[in-house]
Design a protein around this ligand. Structure first.
Ligand SMILES: [Zn+2]
Length: 328
């Protein structure tokens, strides 16, 4: 195993997680690992996300600012017509959230894949109805986290080898193979790219390797084309590893200031309400997972690690999160 230990990076930042850790043991875990978490709010169409996620995440960040930060979101649009009332409501909500300590805003895959207008047309991320909101974020120097689209496996048959096919087997409502009524992966990526081009000062972090996990060359081409774009690796560790050590190492060294560590652990039930045994099991699993992922990046070749230099490890696990999410 290489030079630096996980806990010596101090603190490691997990830049994409959903962790309602409000128990004393939650804080013990974060202290032990010396971790800071960016809790990410996911805005569902039903509008329950404020109470269910935004409020608890805001509270955690206010109580323990050295361990928690939070990223807010906003209701997806329900029309492609110009809608000043919608714009006003969203921006007021965001202003309140930023005053309440939110350090970024997320837009989720339901934009592009679920939200439709009155004619049943999918509303894409580059739709004019979202323009004033994107400009508001750009002008206010707020980072936008985008989870647009899905892994390419979403549009492929279930027998196509992929780390994601079990997910689509179990969540057929998100499996788009053969669905001619849905936008393609390519259309979703193109819409996201048009936002990057149209808003060159909007700092954007593309979650999950920017939904381009199947080909690091595709990620690289966006990073080359758009200086305002970075990606997190959350929930795409298996995809990353599948590209082979040499390719991944080269990618991480070339774009060492554009890639953010994140896990996308999801446990939204308040941890204080869990049975103690469940919480302990969960934390054991999380602890092991952090160490396993870190071993891949920091470990030497004998241990099948990438043996990344210390400065690159520091950027991936901490510094990039701080520069792409000011205030973290
Ligand atoms: Zn997530």
């Amino acid at each position: 195993m290489g030079k630096l230990h996980f806990q010596e990076l101090g603190p490691v930042i997990d830049a994409h997680i959903h962790f309602a850790g409000d128990h004393a043991q939650s804080l013990e875990l974060l202290d032990e690992l010396d971790l800071k978490l960016l809790n990410v709010t996911v805005a569902d169409l039903a509008g329950t996300w404020r109470e269910r996620e935004a409020e608890p995440y805001r509270e955690l960040a206010q109580r323990w600012p050295h361990r928690y930060a939070w990223c807010t979101s906003f209701d997806p649009p329900a029309t492609t017509d110009e809608d000043p009332e919608y714009t006003r409501r969203v921006i007021e909500g965001l202003e309140d959230d930023f005053r309440g300590g939110a350090i970024a805003c997320k837009i989720w895959k339901n934009v592009g894949m679920e939200a439709t207008d009155a004619n049943g047309r999918h509303i894409m991320v580059d739709d004019p109805v979202l323009e004033p909101i994107l400009s508001y974020l750009e002008d206010g120097n707020h980072t936008l986290l985008t989870h647009i689209g899905e892994p390419l496996a979403c549009w492929q048959p279930l027998d196509h080898p992929s780390p994601h096919r079990e997910y689509y087997r179990n969540n057929p409502q998100w499996h788009m193979y053969g669905r001619t009524d849905m936008p393609s992966h390519e259309q979703l990526m193109a819409a996201r790219d048009r936002v990057l081009a149209r808003h060159p000062k909007l700092r954007m972090v593309g979650a999950h390797l920017g939904s381009l996990e199947y080909d690091l060359g595709e990620v690289a081409s966006r990073l080359d084309a758009y200086e305002n774009f970075a990606v997190d690796i959350s929930a795409r560790f298996a995809d990353l590893v599948s590209h082979g050590s040499e390719r991944v190492r080269d990618f991480l060294l070339t774009y060492s200031d554009r890639i953010l560590f994140g896990t996308d652990f999801v446990e939204r039930e308040p941890h204080s309400e869990m049975p103690g045994a469940k919480r302990e099991q969960l934390y054991e699993r999380i602890r092991n997972d952090y160490f396993a992922q870190y071993a891949y990046f920091a470990g030497d070749e004998v241990h099948r690690g990438l043996d990344l230099p210390e400065d690159v490890l520091r950027r991936l696990f901490r510094e990039n999160a701080r520069s792409w999410y000011p205030g973290l």
